[in-house]
Design a protein around this ligand. Structure first.
Ligand code: HPA
Length: 269
């Protein structure tokens, strides 16, 4: 499969060799405006890619330069709730690795469980809780890396340190740090579920990212992942979730996230 996908992409993008992979989350696709796009390929035109079925996610693989560096960017990602397997939604990570990326940057929209957070905050993900996912991209025959990948540092400490420095130097505040817990979705959580997830030690909850991180860790690709807190999920003060509200907060935070990714990419070798 990988050979077929790669030969198709190579035939379209010729000698372009991306060094950084980027996966953009809900309402956070604006970073693409900063990319000097060289090639844009719709997911439906890529062999063995599934299709993005969510309206707020565009389904395109973008090859271009960001801050002078060759990048490959998923404008729109795949989610488990779309009915795909974890293997299918993480396939693009394998493709990006085969294309030659040396670092992976991921963004997502997430609900805030930590009462100290506010809407439109950015949170550097320092750790995650993957136990509640009903499927796993590494289930089954293993041909791509460690059978039991170490998860003591799923988020690259060096990338986190660089991100913290950029946040300080560029005055990109407010930025939080914390633990992300993925849920399968697509329904949002009940108050009882938010209470439970908070008690378990999570700071933010969302429906993505961790499957891709698990695969990237097995493939030994350093990852930085960032959540934009699009809605607060405090049981006592919970309001009805509205996609418009989530997208508006994503849009508010997006310029800060874009700045962080662009500056971070400048520091990568
Ligand atoms: N739960 C799950 N995913 C989310 C949420 C949430 O509250 N907010 C944004 N994505």
């Amino acid at each position: 499969m990988l050979t077929e996908t790669l030969s198709h992409l190579h035939s379209l993008t010729r000698s372009f060799r991306p060094e950084v992979g980027i996966i953009l989350g809900t309402g956070l696709a604006g970073l693409v405006a900063d990319i000097d796009v060289e090639y844009e390929i719709a997911y439906e035109d890529i062999p063995h890619f599934v299709h993005s079925t969510v309206e707020s996610h565009k389904g395109k693989l973008i090859f271009g330069r960001l801050a002078g560096k060759p990048v490959v960017c998923m404008q729109g990602r795949f989610h488990y709730y779309e009915g795909y397997s974890m293997k299918e939604i993480t396939y693009p990570v394998r493709v990006m690795q085969a294309l030659g990326i040396r670092n992976l940057l991921i963004s997502n929209a997430a609900g805030g469980l930590n009462p100290a957070f506010s809407e439109a905050d950015i949170m550097l993900i320092t750790d995650h809780i993957s136990l509640f996912l009903p499927d796993n991209p590494l289930f089954g025959k293993n041909t791509s890396g460690d059978r039991f990948p170490d998860m003591s540092e799923p988020y690259c400490p060096d990338l986190l340190e660089k991100a913290r420095r950029i946040i300080r130097e560029q005055g990109i505040g407010p930025v939080q740090e914390g633990v992300y817990v993925p849920v399968p979705g697509p329904q949002l959580e009940t108050r009882a579920e938010y209470r439970l997830l908070r008690q378990l030690g999570a700071d933010a909850v969302g429906m993505s990212t961790v499957p891709e991180v698990i695969v990237a860790v097995q493939l030994k690709i350093p990852v930085l992942a960032v959540s934009v807190i699009t809605d607060m999920c405090i049981p006592e003060t919970l309001k009805k979730a509205e996609l418009q509200h989530i997208l508006a907060n994503a849009a508010t935070a997006e310029p800060r996230m874009t700045l962080l990714f662009r500056e971070l990419i400048k520091t990568l070798d």
